[in-house]
Write a protein that binds this ligand. Sequence first.
Ligand code: SF4
Length: 180
Amino acid sequence: MSKKKLATVWLGGCSGCHMSLLDIDERILKLAELVEIVKSPIVDFKNFIYADITLVEGSVTSDEHWHEIQEIRAKTKILIALGDCAVTANVTGMRNYFSKEDVLKQAYTDAPSNDGKGQMPGHPALLKLHDKAVPLQEAVTVDYCIPGCPPSADAIFYLLSELLNDRIPHLDQERKLKYG
Ligand code: SF4
């Protein structure tokens, strides 16, 4: 069986979901026999042509994320929302209760730790925040979700190993692995 192409992507998230992916421990060797990694924060490939499976951590929070997820969707056969930020916006969506301007002011100029010396970021090379952080499904079609903050390593391994072996994941089994 030829190796499937796997990508992992980090949008608006804290990297905890990627940590959970690495938490599958020695089982990663079994996955390594089945996949070729074509894009990930843990490798340095510049050109992303196609992936059979892409795991996406984090919500869509900016122009950059929006364009990236559209491109990834167009080049991916099976797209998986990895973790609660990708599934519901979760922690990253907490800012949605406030205006973007108030959130930026609090972070860069008004927080006590700034000692009155903070500056609002304005460099043109910086990503442009959207007014709201939204889950992946508001930007693109999502094929599978792995909930959890972070999602359990067992659930990630289960879903990946089923898909990589051309089996249809049994979602009750995935839920049992997460919630017991
Ligand atoms: Fe971090 Fe939790 Fe969001 Fe994953 S779901 S990126 S662990 S906050």
